[in-house]
Design a protein around this ligand. Structure first.
Ligand SMILES: Nc1nc2c(c(=O)[nH]1)N[C@H]1C(S)=C(S)[C@@H](COP(=O)(O)OP(=O)(O)OC[C@H]3O[C@@H](n4cnc5c(=O)[nH]c(N)nc54)[C@H](O)[C@@H]3O)O[C@H]1N2
Ligand SMILES: Nc1nc2c(c(=O)[nH]1)N[C@H]1C(S)=C(S)[C@@H](COP(=O)(O)OP(=O)(O)OC[C@H]3O[C@@H](n4cnc5c(=O)[nH]c(N)nc54)[C@H](O)[C@@H]3O)O[C@H]1N2
Ligand SMILES: [Mo]
Length: 766
């Protein structure tokens, strides 16, 4: 029997649309589980409102002007998880050794609640012990001053931090003397940041929310908005209601892409009427996106040639191509020599599907392409993105109303962190600006991203890791090697809100520094402070906490960074106190370094904030050629993965509906019909039959190396769930699956780990 068995796995098909009553119920449960008090619930209703705090969930923009409460189940979960009344106190740490805590699940660790005191690891008792802020900062600073080479320190950052804290973080690290900024972006949208500039001259998306009101077609490729950007469903709903077309391209059928009932629209919710989102859904082979995109372009150009030869209208936008682009001839030649068989085999789609998509694209005058981790986290992530741009350029779909490229960023301020200087590859102009304004000589040598940081720890070159948030050890590829690397360090410091696995991966000296979250009131010498964030569409706006702070010992992120900086940098010329006393001063400095932030403090007074200038959106191409460039992806790159996995399976790693990255809220994945567990392997009916496995069976999966040989990386006892997805591919949850990915398996250009295309074999447990 190949039907899923409820008894074994707690799974069932989910028939309701995404959103709706179930979303309200899940949000209420999250608040209840985190013991959020009623008074605080009221303050939740300020999320993404003009005077409240920015939702610490995703980076989807707010509808503008913000008039009503933008409900989002996963936003409520993110807030509840931060605003929880649970506390991980010194007494808790005294009772639990690190050895014991190591056995705890990630869910249980974070579920202990907010960190309350600065803590230092004590090897004698194997516990974290309370330490004063002064002592912790002094000891860390003394250690940092012992290293002769500043490049032996790694300054990690995660994208939840504000522009203000991120700016101070990079300033501290650069005055200290390094560009080592391993960052969550390196694991996320780095292929966007490095892939878009050679194509269109900016490393960001080119659209605003308003463009969704004017497009004819939205292509959603490699992202799952129902779970990861739920507020986007409201936008897609409007697009669909307007009669515009939405195409979904994903190896798995995702409920949130198929249909949506808005919790903001009670009638739709109660009657369980819902909006059909995707007009068409194409199940693509994992890693097959570039082949599909090349296929669409090949078909489009051949349709164009035929049309023009028979005296009919243009299919591609020749005028735009001639005026604005370079490299069309090379692209066309490459596409002509690429066979349909190759494109079909790699994409897993038939010619007729590719032709169908091409017709829809050709008929659309204004197309937006949205993408996420299904595109970036591959060996050819950067090329994938450049193929999306190529397709858009063929239709003249960049820099006009209702059209453009829309990378769905991850963390709520990951884009902002990059904008204000968290990058291991800073430009000379930016460093010069720092030098002029702050009167110190920043390092010009490029630093480490995550892969190089881990490598440098392994060789012993790196001695210290300072983390501004996040959970690097668990989020990184090759988890076991990453743990080993961190355990070699002399100093590990975490600036964090809640306990996670990274805090248990110990070096010689270890500190936990607890900070305020975005939901909390932040009072400094000049009074209550605001911070700012930048969303996926370059809108910068302010956020002000409204909740009482979780513990009186907490400090704000800017305050911790400033005290670390002024204690470490004995000859600093920067007035760190002045900046912390009033964050307006930090923003004035951001404006001085980055002119795009002109009148920063004034412009954030407006509800909804302001949009940073985007040259590509204005058809100004800041590339060396002065044009937008078609970038050819060689077929050797296209075929690499399919050669490797011809007779094997490809594994992708996904998020459940009940997690925020490594933060696990619960064990349910409602839209995929899973409850109560995460040790699951999703597989299609067809593939299960081929492999001789049944729903509820236990299997082991073993990762293969680049020559197709078995490695030691494996996951045992996963439970088979039959799922509506493409054959030849399987899926399981991140971060558990991170042990399966080699540190060497990454996109060659951006060095983003290939989390989403892991060649494996599967064997049935005896
Ligand atoms: N609630 C919640 N919100 C979040 C997050 C969270 O964990 N929880 N994380 C935040 C962060 S940091 C990020 S980066 C974003 C992530 O948001 P997404 O980009 O949506 O992230 P994923 O869940 O990793 O997977 C994306 C989708 O890609 C599909 N996919 C997998 N492999 C392929 C492929 O080869 N090709 C194609 N076309 N599709 C593929 C998967 O089936 C899945 O539907 O969300 C942000 N928002
Ligand atoms: N296999 C696989 N691996 C992946 C991915 C995948 O799809 N598959 N996705 C990758 C992606 S896209 C990303 S972005 C990374 C995520 O990598 P990270 O950003 O490093 O991880 P998070 O899980 O988001 O970090 C959660 C922790 O951040 C801390 N935190 C939360 N809020 C705050 C705050 O306001 N301030 C401070 N200082 N700390 C805070 C808490 O201690 C919490 O435990 O993982 C990557 N890893
Ligand atoms: Mo991300």
């Amino acid at each position: 029997m190949l039907k899923n068995s409820n008894k074994n796995v707690g799974i069932s098909s989910y028939h309701n649309p995404a959103g709706g009553l179930d979303a309200l119920t899940a949000a209420a449960k999250a608040m209840h589980d985190q013991k959020i008090i009623i008074r605080d619930i009221i303050s939740l209703f300020k999320i993404n409102q003009p005077k409240g705090f920015d939702c610490p969930g995703c980076a989807w923009p707010d509808s503008h002007p913000t008039s009503s409460f933008e409900f989002c189940e996963n936003g409520i979960k993110a807030v509840s998880w931060e605003a929880t009344s649970k506390r991980a106190t010194p007494e808790f740490f005294a009772k639990n050794t690190i050895k014991e805590l190591w056995q705890w699940s990630s869910f249980r660790l974070e579920n202990e609640g907010r960190l309350t005191h600065p803590m230092k690891y004590d090897i004698v008792t194997d516990t974290y012990k309370k330490i004063t802020w002064e002592k912790a900062i002094f000891e860390i600073a003394s250690k940092l001053n012992q290293y002769s080479n500043p490049d032996s320190v790694e300054f990690y950052a995660s994208g939840r931090t504000s522009n203000e804290a991120a700016f101070l973080w990079q300033l501290f690290a650069r005055e200290y003397g390094t560009n080592n900024f391993p960052d969550c972006s390196n694991m996320c949208h780095e292929p966007t940041s490095v892939g878009l500039p050679p194509s269109i001259g900016v490393g960001k998306g080119t659209i605003t929310l308003e463009d969704f009101n004017h497009c004819d077609l939205v292509i959603c490729i490699g992202h799952n908005p129902g779970t990861n950007h739920p507020r986007m469903l409201g936008t897609l709903r409007q697009v669909s209601k307007r009669g515009a077309i939405i195409l979904a391209i994903n190896p798995l059928k995702e409920r949130g892409l198929e249909s949506f009932a808005s919790p903001k629209h009670p009638i739709e919710m109660l009657s369980l009427n819902y909006t059909l989102l995707a007009s068409k859904y194409y199940k693509i082979r994992i890693g097959g996106d570039a082949a599909l995109l090349k296929g669409i372009m090949k078909c489009l150009i051949s349709m164009h040639d035929q049309s023009v030869n028979t005296g009919k209208a243009n299919v591609i936008n020749e005028k735009f191509i001639n005026q604005h682009t370079k490299g069309f001839k090379e692209l066309k030649t490459d596409l002509e020599k690429t066979s349909w068989k190759t494109l079909e085999d790699i994409s897993g789609l038939k010619y007729k599907d590719i032709e169908e998509i091409t017709h829809i694209y050709a008929a659309s005058k204004r197309t937006i392409i949205c993408y996420g981790m299904g595109i970036t986290q591959h060996r050819n992530g950067t090329y994938n993105i450049q193929q999306i741009v190529n397709l858009l350029l063929l239709g003249g779909n960049i820099g006009k109303k209702g059209a453009g490229i829309c990378p769905l960023r991850g963390h709520s301020n990951v884009q902002g962190n990059r904008t204000v200087g968290i990058t291991e590859k800073p430009s000379k102009e930016f460093l010069k600006k720092l030098e002029t304004i702050f009167k110190f000589k920043p390092p010009y040598k490029h630093g480490h991203g995550v892969v190089d940081a881990i490598k440098s720890m392994i060789t012993g070159q790196s001695k210290a890791l300072l983390c501004l948030g996040g959970n690097l050890a668990e989020a990184m590829s090759d988890q076991l090697l990453t743990f080993q690397a961190i355990r070699k360090l002399d100093l590990v410091v975490h600036i964090a809100t809640k306990l996670n696995r990274s805090h248990l991966v110990l070096g010689k000296d270890n500190y936990l520094l607890p900070v305020l979250g975005r939901t909390e009131i932040d009072i400094q010498a000049s009074g209550e402070q605001k911070i700012t964030v930048e969303d996926s569409m370059s809108m910068v706006h302010s956020s002000q906490g409204v909740l009482k702070q979780a513990s009186t010992w907490l400090k704000s992120e800017p305050a911790v960074i400033a005290s670390l900086a002024k204690t470490t940098l004995l000859n600093t010329k920067i007035n760190w106190d002045q900046m912390v006393n009033n964050y307006n001063v930090i923003r004035n400095f951001i404006e001085a370094v980055f002119p795009a932030f002109k009148d920063f403090n004034t412009r954030i007074q407006t509800a909804g904030g302001f949009c940073l200038y985007n040259s590509a959106a204005n058809r100004i191409w800041l590339t060396p050629s002065g044009k937008a460039n078609f970038i050819v992806m060689p077929n050797a790159n296209l075929e690499e993965l399919s050669i490797l996995t011809k007779d094997n399976l490809l594994l992708t790693t996904i998020r459940s509906h009940d997690q925020y990255n490594t933060t696990i809220y619960g064990l349910n994945d409602r839209y995929r019909g899973i409850s109560g567990r995460r040790d699951i392997l999703f597989i299609s009916w067809e593939e299960a039959k081929k492999q001789g496995v049944y729903a509820g069976d236990k299997v082991n999966i073993i990762a293969l190396d680049s020559k197709g040989a078995r490695t030691v990386r494996r996951m045992d006892n996963l439970i088979i769930v039959i799922y509506n997805m493409i054959a030849g591919c399987v899926a399981t949850y991140y971060p558990e699956a991170n042990i399966m990915i080699s540190l060497e398996d990454y996109d060659k250009v951006s060095k983003t780990p290939a989390y989403k295309s892991i060649p494996i074999v599967m064997e049935k447990c005896k």
